[in-house]
Design a protein around this ligand. Structure first.
Ligand code: SF4
Length: 442
């Protein structure tokens, strides 16, 4: 994306911030609205339990560095979470201001304000201990769960190595979150602080491929698995193998890394989750003439958050409800149209195609966003690690799997939730691993 921005400054405008940062004065005014609630429901609603009133109070008193350190103490990815968290259903959704018919405190934007200041001032992550421990921990995957586990362990003096098959760290934060929510460069800037702590990154390395798990088990005392989810489900229809059919996460990665810089013509997105909406909005911003989201059920059934749906409407995305994709028609080198059928939904939620309701829609690109499958090939290689419905089975309090040497967190244990959930899992597991190793229970 950075190269693309240099090549084409117009792209920077296309992906301008969805929620522009607070100006200093506005941040102080907003922070002074906070009632500093004793029981702080906002903190309870945050999976990483950031002490919200405390950091907001620090912003009000002008101590931005202290505010950021408080955020980072609970959530080492506090900068990206400030931008990508669905605050409407987490901290801000729990704010007592709703009870007074007032706007909730803009916690996400205040958090971003403190974190932006911290980064601009060259702030660094503190260590929690000066001790240097001999034990070595491997984290597989460089996404939010592994990063949180790695930072927690490194701050406590352990040797930590993070492995990832990609050439950049960050997982979905770097490659899969829409640029107008979290720019790739901002994701990397945050991870740089973890690298500066002394966490080693071995990137471009596929575990289970060139580096076997057996080798990792020999070299490391503990292995944390934070591999997220696997490939996206393929559309099971005629024409699904045409090069004009792109998976939503691949599409997002391609434009974030500058591989895709423009989209022409009409685009059809299949699925109505948050990733589908991110991809649809991006296609529109990259120049698509028209973007339609096809969903076989109704608006009440979508998995996207309501605010994401409303945002998509504002971006001009068209939604076709009760519509199922049946086939993709293409000439030798381009998609020309898609064939759809209208659906009928019974009161028990079952679906039936309406007879003779098939219709064609002109379109040059199809983006599929119908969910991801688990990382089964790799997970199945983790000796003694039990899976349930494709998820790693863990002790929820510690993240320990059924093999005591393995811990896990993030999407591979929960099937796909928020970045902040993965950070909470990683931090919890990091603390549990440290406790186990300090007690000599290896
Ligand atoms: Fe402040 Fe709202 Fe949290 Fe109360 S619930 S401490 S008002 S942010």
């Amino acid at each position: 994306m950075q190269e693309a921005l240099q090549r084409d400054p117009g792209i920077a405008e296309m992906f301008a911030d969805l929620h522009p940062p607070f100006e200093a004065q506005a941040a102080v005014i907003e922070s002074n609205r906070c009632l500093n609630c004793f029981d702080a429901p906002c903190t309870d609603a945050c999976p990483t339990h950031i002490d919200v009133p405390r950091f907001i109070k620090k912003i009000a008193s002008g101590n931005l560095h202290g505010a950021a350190l408080g955020i980072l103490d609970a959530n080492v990815l506090g900068a990206s979470c400030a931008r990508v968290c669905p605050v409407e259903v987490l901290c801000e959704g729990a704010c007592v201001m709703h009870g007074y018919n007032e706007q909730p405190i803009r916690i996400g934007r205040l958090q971003r304000f403190a974190m932006d200041h911290f980064h601009a001032q060259g702030g660094r992550l503190p260590r929690r201990s000066n001790e240097v421990r001999p034990e070595k921990i491997a984290c597989i995957g460089a996404g939010p769960a592994s990063l949180a586990a790695a930072a927690e362990l490194k701050q406590r003096g352990f040797h930590v190595t993070v492995f990832d098959k990609h050439s950049l760290p960050g997982g979905l934060n770097t490659y899969g979150v829409a640029e107008y929510k979290l720019p790739l460069a901002d994701s990397l800037r945050e991870i740089e602080l973890i690298r500066e702590l002394g966490v080693e990154f071995r990137l471009g390395v596929e575990i289970g491929g060139e580096t076997s798990l057996a080798k990792l088990e020999e070299e490391f005392d503990v292995i944390f698995v934070g591999v997220g989810l696997g490939p996206m489900h393929r559309l099971d229809i005629r024409g699904n193998d045409h090069p004009g059919v792109v998976e939503a996460l691949q599409f997002i990665e391609d434009y974030k890394t500058g591989k895709t810089t423009r989209v022409k013509g009409k685009v059809v997105v299949v699925g109505a989750g948050n990733t589908a909406i991110d991809a649809a909005n991006a296609a529109k911003r990259l120049g698509a003439e028209e973007v339609s989201i096809l969903y076989r059920r109704t608006v009440e059934n979508i998995s996207a958050f309501d605010f994401e749906y409303r945002q998509a409407l504002q971006e001009g995305i068209r939604f076709l409800w009760l519509t199922q994709l049946m086939a993709i028609h293409a000439s030798a080198d381009e998609i020309t149209s898609v064939e759809c059928v209208r659906m009928e939904m019974a009161s028990d939620g079952s679906l039936k195609a309406i007879e003779d309701s098939n219709f064609d829609m002109e379109c040059g690109m199809v983006i599929s966003a119908i969910g991801q499958s688990p990382m089964l090939p790799l997970l199945a290689q983790c000796r003694g690690v039990q899976l349930e419905d494709g998820r790693v089975l863990v002790n929820r309090a510690t993240g320990q799997t059924t093999n005591p040497k393995y811990f896990a967190g993030g999407d591979c244990i929960n099937g796909g939730r928020e970045v902040v959930d993965a950070v909470a899992d990683g931090k919890r597991a990091g603390a549990a691993i440290a406790q186990m190793l300090e007690a000599g229970h290896v």
